[in-house]
Ligand binder design. Structure first.
Ligand code: AHM
Ligand code: MG
Length: 310
């Protein structure tokens, strides 16, 4: 039974990138997610379901729980004294706290449309040293917490991915998988297929048609955390492509695409925009969007071939 913080200090012995400040930041983010998990579980009783009757910088309806999760994480990270910049899906501008330290980009509660119907949602985070607007390959750590039947943390540090389950009795995230590797091939694809006629790439339509011929099955929750989590454990492919309405897809680079790409690639999978690896994309804007294609090497490789051939 190895708790998260003990595990991080063990890893720090052989990895100089894992310094005390980073352990503190990861410890505090994950501790904020325990508070969020408690609120998510009791949301209907606390009267915190439903919309906050505002739209965020992305033009999306903000849920009460989005706002609450955002302030829980922001307040927790401010208190560490080690965070220099915070960027949240729910806030238009980057919050500058100091000149040096770690910058953290986060989606406090991803999958908002699923909150009211008790379907898995999650928190995603990405950690850089210094400036926040750096390509994903320079992340020091990235992770997500999924609020499902159990609360799980999937954490990637350069070179490895580890998985933890929140033990409700001790309140600790306990290690369940060290150096996790995802399947090289799967049987599931995950995409909002209702947009089939709106996708900009014919190659993508042909790729999805080919998966059907090969008897793949479709699973789509509509919570990125849940769809990526299943893809990571079962293999296959998750796609949020460009469409005629959203020319860069829907998902945001800094706190959705980039951390998930870092996790998937450190677990042995691939993540691409269709044109280049997601981890190579240099951010231009805080809330910029990118097409996302990620998952097992086999399916992502095939998808790239189809996109090239149109
Ligand atoms: P959110 O961050 O506002 O919750 O939006 C992102 C979510 C992702 O979790 C999910 O992959 C996607 O939106 C689903 O979009 P769609 O309903 O268009 O399929
Ligand atoms: Mg989101």
């Amino acid at each position: 039974m190895i708790p998260l913080i003990t595990y991080l200090f063990q890893k720090a012995v052989e990895n100089p990138l894992i310094d005390d400040d980073l352990v503190l930041i990861i410890g505090e983010i994950t501790s904020a997610t325990k508070t969020i998990a408690g609120k998510v579980r009791k949301a209907a009783l606390l009267d915190i379901l439903g919309s906050a009757e505002k739209v965020n910088v992305q033009g999306e309806v903000v849920q009460k729980l989005d706002e609450l999760a955002n302030s829980i994480i922001t307040d927790t990270l401010k208190c560490t004294g080690k965070a220099c910049m915070l960027a949240s899906e729910e806030v238009e501008d980057c919050l500058i706290l100091s000149d040096t330290g770690y910058s953290i980009a986060f989606d406090p509660l991803d999958g908002s449309s699923n909150i009211d119907v008790n379907v898995s949602i999650g928190t995603i985070f990405s950690i850089h040293k210094g400036d926040i607007k750096k390509p994903g390959k320079e992340q020091i750590a990235a992770g997500y917490v999924i609020y499902g039947p159990s609360t799980m943390l999937v954490l990637a540090l350069p070179g490895f991915v580890s998985v933890f389950i929140l033990d409700p009795e001790s309140g600790n995230f306990i290690l369940v998988e060290d150096n996790f590797k995802m399947p090289e091939k799967g049987k599931i694809y995950s995409i909002n297929e209702a947009n089939y006629n709106k996708w900009v790439d014919d190659g993508l339509r042909k790729f999805i048609d080919s998966l059907k011929e090969e008897k793949y099955t479709l699973r789509y929750v509509g919570s990125m955390v849940a769809d990526v989590h299943r893809t990571l454990f079962k293999g296959g492919i998750f796609i949020y492509p460009a469409d005629v309405k959203n020319r860069n897809g829907k998902l945001r680079l800094l706190y959705e695409a980039s951390p998930m790409a870092f996790i998937i690639e450190n677990a042995g999978g691939l993540a691409t925009t269709g044109e280049k690896p997601i981890l190579e994309v240099v951010p231009e804007k805080l809330h910029q969007r990118v097409p996302v294609i990620l998952g097992s090497k086999y399916e992502v490789g095939k998808c790239i071939e189809y996109l090239k051939n149109g």
